[in-house]
Design a binder for this molecule. Structure first.
Ligand SMILES: Nc1ncnc2c1ncn2[C@@H]1O[C@H](COP(=O)(O)OP(=O)(O)O)[C@@H](O)[C@H]1O
Ligand SMILES: CC(=O)OP(=O)(O)O
Ligand SMILES: [Mg+2]
Length: 409
């Protein structure tokens, strides 16, 4: 047995998977959400055939899902909630001891391009990069510390969101500002969601039965955070997030692209300081800023019900998305595949259909029936006469992290 425990600490959530790597069998998965709010929610799923102790099970297929609500103060508390869920519902971590714990870390800067065994020095470096990923790196670090306390005898491996974008060419990662000032202050584009972009582009090649090194793919990772990536032959050549996970697409709470002069203007005219601007753009912009709703399900529902602000938020979101699809078609010199993934990309028929509407002259045709199919798993949603294959490919950052962990221990 060689189980890997993967911890994906997000800004307000903690996702985990225990995977038996011999056959890449998932033993359990979980999601703890709304960390830091008055009530958090906990979901723990024990895979079919894996022994669990009886409880208030909600049987879905053959898997057993256990749900609860309780306040979860921070990521250290979330980690304890996860351990409690394993103890209460199984599988037993004593009987399936992880040989390594893998951690998603969002910002690796210019220091980390490979999966890295966590040492005290690595933790200092992750902390040092927190100013460039304020919603993420501190949470990632709390998850690592809690996991090290719970599993002191096994290696902990950090897998960085930025790593896959190490192949960005200088033309794509350089901002056109004073070169020396930029170099001194680490100002360049790094890109994020790399673990997802790597997994999804690889899975796309597998699904299409084409060699990855011959495929040009545009991956649209649309979650709470969202980014697009142009992947040429398995290498990231452009991506929409930059120095921090704020640039690019419109997100749940983040603005994405805007004229940098907006900040100067708001500072001078509205008297907003840097911390206020930081909070404005990272936490109170995007879908939330435009419509008061950060969850795409609520935005689509409100827009359908005639809410003008929600309709505009959706229009802005889709306009920006289309803009990046067009850009990356140009950057790649045409694409073989456009792929939707993550929470919105995997689930929203409306977003997928509208984002690529009107692109028939570019060889992109969505089949409405295929797009609306309730099927899960990797699937084609373009019509047979579409020159570009359009797909939905569920991401699995945890599996990709687990694979990379095994490659270093
Ligand atoms: N059926 C759906 N329709 C539209 N959006 C959805 C649907 N299901 C989930 N989402 C969106 O997915 C988002 C979460 O995606 P996820 O990839 O889990 O994000 P993150 O990892 O950034 O937390 C939610 O904010 C929600 O807006
Ligand atoms: C990098 C990033 O934005 O991650 P998430 O989508 O999990 O917030
Ligand atoms: Mg995510």
């Amino acid at each position: 047995m060689s189980a890997v425990l993967v911890v994906n600490s997000g800004s307000s959530s903690l996702k985990y998977q225990l995977i038996e790597m011999t056959g890449e069998t998932v033993l359990a998965t979980g999601l703890i959400e709304r960390i830091g709010e008055a009530t958090g929610s906990v979901k723990h799923t024990v895979a079919a055939g894996v022994v669990s102790v009886p409880g208030a099970a909600e049987v879905r297929g053959d898997d057993e899902t256990f749900r609860g609500t309780e306040p979860v103060a921070d990521h250290a508390a979330a980690f304890r909630v996860m351990i409690d869920a394993f103890e209460a519902h199984g599988p037993s971590l004593a009987e399936n001891p992880p040989v390594v714990v893998g951690h998603r870390v969002v910002h690796g800067g210019k220091r980390f391009f490979e999966p890295t065994v966590v040492t005290d020095l690595v933790k200092i470096n992750i902390e040092d990069l927190a100013e460039l990923a304020p919603l993420h790196n501190p949470a990632n670090l709390d998850g690592i510390t809690a996991a090290q306390q719970a599993f002191p005898a096994v290696p902990h491996v950090a897998v960085f969101d930025t790593a896959f974008h190490a192949t960005l060419p200088p033309a794509a990662f350089t901002y056109a500002i004073d070169a020396q000032l930029a170099e001194k202050n680490r100002v360049r584009r790094y890109g994020f969601h790399g673990t997802s972009h790597k997994y999804v582009s690889g899975r796309t090649a597998e699904f299409l039965g084409r060699p990855l090194d011959e495929l040009k793919t545009i991956v649209l990772h649309l979650g709470n955070g969202a980014s697009a990536c142009a992947v040429d032959g398995g290498r990231s050549v452009d991506t929409s997030m930059g120095l921090t996970p704020l640039e690019g697409l419109v997100m749940g709470t983040r603005s994405g692209d805007l004229d940098p002069a907006v900040l100067i203007h708001l500072h001078r005219k509205a008297g907003l300081g840097f911390d206020e601007l930081d909070a404005l753009l990272n936490r109170r912009s995007g879908l939330v800023g435009l419509s008061g709703r950060g969850d795409m399900r609520d935005v689509v529902e409100a827009a359908d019900a005639g809410d003008a602000a929600a309709a505009l938020a959706l229009d802005v979101y889709l306009h920006r998305l289309k803009h990046y699809v067009g850009s990356y078609l140009a950057v790649l010199g045409g694409a073989d595949a456009i792929v939707f993934t993550a929470g919105v990309g995997e689930n929203s028929v409306a977003v997928r259909g509208r984002a690529l509407a009107g692109l028939e002259r570019l060889g992109i045709r969505i089949d409405p029936e295929r797009n609306a199919s309730p099927e899960r798993g990797a699937r084609l949603i373009s019509s047979d006469d579409s020159a570009v294959a359009v797909l939905v490919v569920p991401t699995n950052e945890e599996l990709e992290i687990a694979r990379q962990c095994l490659s270093v221990i």
